[in-house]
Design a protein around this ligand. Sequence first.
Ligand code: C5P
Length: 296
Amino acid sequence: MKRLRLLSPAKLNLLLKVNFKRPDGYHDLTTLFERIDLCDELIFERTKDGRITIDCQHPHVPRGPGNLVYKVAALLQDKFRIRQGVRVNLKKNIPVAAGLGGGSGNAATTLLGLNQLWELGLSKAQLMTLGKTMGSDVPFFIAQSSWAVGTQRGDQIQSLSLKTKLWHVLVVPCLKVYTKDVFGAFLTSKKSTVEARTKMLTKPKVNVNILIHVLRKNDVPRIGTLLSNDLEAAIVKLHPQLSKLKNKFEKLDVGGVCFSGSGPSVFCVARSQKQAKAVARSLRKTYARVFVVRTY
Ligand code: C5P
């Protein structure tokens, strides 16, 4: 095989609990991931010259060693003494730095793609171990499942065999939010580590299990009531204007409204595709980047 075309989907976090700060500086999380059908596209072409070349038209995506796709290819070349090169065409449809896991998804897709193209024969577990060094969300995308629970750094993945497919409206405000800054603001927001630790011992597991239960039953109104994101206060602290967006969304008679990951993306659970389209129409009067998406 010389050429491979793969889709690189985005994710939403229906629930994100921050349990405590770990000694390595990361945070222990409990999160429920949903893969959605908003996808980037990557075309890989094997070359003989050993070079890594990235073509990408997006103005905010680096084409050199700063790109996660480049980093993954360089890591694999180095680790497995690969002499072949690759040319990657990356078509970005997923907004950057939006809490949708776009960069992590691209890294995961590159691991999966080069594993085939360079015939590395690595297992998913091996790809996950390599992937988590590139970003905490990478293992979720390597799992290639629609639904999963993430624990530890969010990189310990338990795939869920759920048939549920949800409709969402997703609004991506035109501002970049960096995960690192949000976790930094989370530390200084009013939750103390002790409070967070206490929460870990009680709520998160219960909440995630209830959410899985209602997802299994496809109980859409209840799913909406169980959405939660512990990073919300920190996101709004950094960008106070985002609470206006959330309020506007909530007034539209949708099930539940929540930030995804470290924001700024906000999404709702819609009762149907028809409702999602109507809600999106209304939000497009104010916001430029409004998507109707579905579980993928
Ligand atoms: O792993 P990822 O590249 O997505 O993380 C970006 C930043 O977000 C990290 O450098 C860290 O500051 C923060 N983070 C964290 N705890 C996690 C995941 C990310 O503190 N579980």
